[in-house]
Design a protein around this ligand. Structure first.
Ligand code: GAR
Length: 217
């Protein structure tokens, strides 16, 4: 339903933000982007949001005494915008317990790995170094610990023998842009909710044979 307002938090490029904006502007999508908020004035994503006619705000974290004060300023702006869901999209700041509690179950994040594996930074390089065969991405509800919380949607991406961190990141990003709008839609339609450390989703199931499996030669 239009009227289900979301905010998107960014720190940089904003390609996931752009995918969410595009999805929300399509006919029949049940959410609208009310605000894009960046902690960096030079985030390239801000120009993309403005060009799409989305209100933007910048709150520079450097101007605050501590994390709690910065997060409280974000909460004021987000609450004033009347948003029901906050989507972190490459927002590279740890959040305080207070902020996570204030927006508990209304705050989601995307991460370029199949969580709970490979939390943190330099994920693509670390996956290649570890020699894993299947990478992917995850949209999850946010809890205070970094890259932790009930999992909403995941997509798998096979790793090629000649992958570099950049080539792998590019293929994972394509999947990020697919699953983030899906996760937002499921929440906005009231079909997804956290339940006992996991997420319950109504009327949604993956076909059992659908995923990639390695050919047996
Ligand atoms: C995305 O790959 C996102 O998954 C990652 O940052 C990138 C932001 O790109 N987020 C994290 O690593 C969070 N722990 P974008 O600005 O183009 O959306």
């Amino acid at each position: 339903m239009a009227g289900y307002k979301i905010a998107i938090l960014i720190s940089g490029r904003g390609s996931n933000m752009a995918a969410l904006i595009q999805a929300c502007q399509a006919d029949g999508f049940p959410a609208e982007v009310a605000l894009v908020l960046s902690n960096r004035p030079d985030a390239p994503g801000l120009a993309i949001a403005k060009a799409a006619g989305i209100p933007t705000e910048v709150i520079e974290h450097g101007g605050f005494e501590n994390r709690e004060a910065f997060d409280a300023a974000m909460t004021d702006v987000l609450a004033a915008a009347g948003v029901r869901l906050i989507c972190m999209a490459g927002f590279m700041r740890l959040l305080s317990e207070e902020f996570c509690q204030r927006w508990r179950d209304s705050l989601i994040n995307i991460h370029p790995s199949l969580l709970p594996a490979f939390k943190g930074l330099h994920v693509h390089e670390r996956m290649l170094d570890a020699g894993v065969r299947i990478a992917g991405c995850t949209v999850h509800y946010v809890r205070p610990a970094m890259d932790e919380g009930p999992i909403l949607v995941q997509a798998a991406v096979p790793i090629a023998a000649d992958d570099t961190p950049d080539s792998l990141a590019a293929r994972i990003l394509q999947q990020e842009h697919r699953i983030y709008p899906l996760a937002v839609r499921l929440i906005a339609e009231g079909r997804a909710r956290p339940a006992g450390g996991m997420v319950a989703i109504d009327n949604y199931s993956l076909p059992r044979q659908w995923l990639i499996n390695p050919p047996l030669e």
